[in-house]
Ligand binder design. Sequence first.
Ligand SMILES: [Zn+2]
Length: 331
Amino acid sequence: MSLPTAHPTSLRVHQYLGLQPGPRLIVLGAVHGNETCGTTALHAVIEAFDQGRLTLRRGQLTLVPVTNALAHARHAREGERNLNRKLVPPAIPQDFEDRVARVLCPLLRAHEVLLDLHSFHTAGEPFVMVGPRDNDGLLEPFAHEQAEAALAASLGPRLIVEGWLETYARGVERRRAHPVTAAQAMPDPQFGVGTTEYMRACGGYGVTLECGQHDDPQAPAVAHQAVMRTLRLLGMVDAEVAEPAPQVPAAPDTAHTVMCLFDVVDCEHAGDRFTREWASFDPVQAGEVIGHRDDGRAVLAQTDGWIVFPNPRAQVGQEWFYLAQASARAL
Ligand SMILES: [Zn+2]
């Protein structure tokens, strides 16, 4: 018998093929191995199908409870690299995640809709990451803005974040102009391509649901509720189906807040320091000092908005934090 941390040699997929045509939905858990709320939720959904409490009415449903099996076995975010960056199927795989990409990418391409279930490191409320507006640009052309927004709005969390790939590409351009490390001299905007970006590039749509902090006991319920709401929205299960109905406390204000990421600030020196322990979605005001560079220069917020994904342990050359401002988009 092999050790649990030996490299897994297959991807386990649970698939239900409706006898009536309908949407093709794929739901992923543990793309990051230590983010297990989706794994727990998908196992509960599979059990409900097995026990006849749920029935697929139409379409194709594919559930992948553990997408990065190596990272999951190690209880780590990554196996050999971040599966949710530069997600493309290479002809000659260089690492474990490349080998996963070679089977995961064709699987994504065979679907129309993706729900990708994640959790995050620091405290904060659940949020949904959506793609761009409809556009025919070169970076991320898209034609399913409305369907994707409807999906995002239906999941439960009130916070919606847009602007990921555009902001990531802006950071790539800045690193190319002023590289801090050798690796930054040749940055690649493809590194910003994760599961949802790949899905959109193949003509589909999808959202990333960040269900809460990694160990938040509510996170699996947030994930579970979202899967059920997606199945109902797409008409794949009966609307009145009672199973399963996890209890997720309602947010005090249920109106959606849409934030647009617009800048990413990298860590430039091991001595760069935040002024305080920031949490994602802490509000910042124009001119507010967010941190100090090693040489004492203050790093300021350019505009009113929020700090997003602050990482006090960022390595030199990695993203230190993102900034978001209110979006004009309504869901
Ligand atoms: Zn994640």
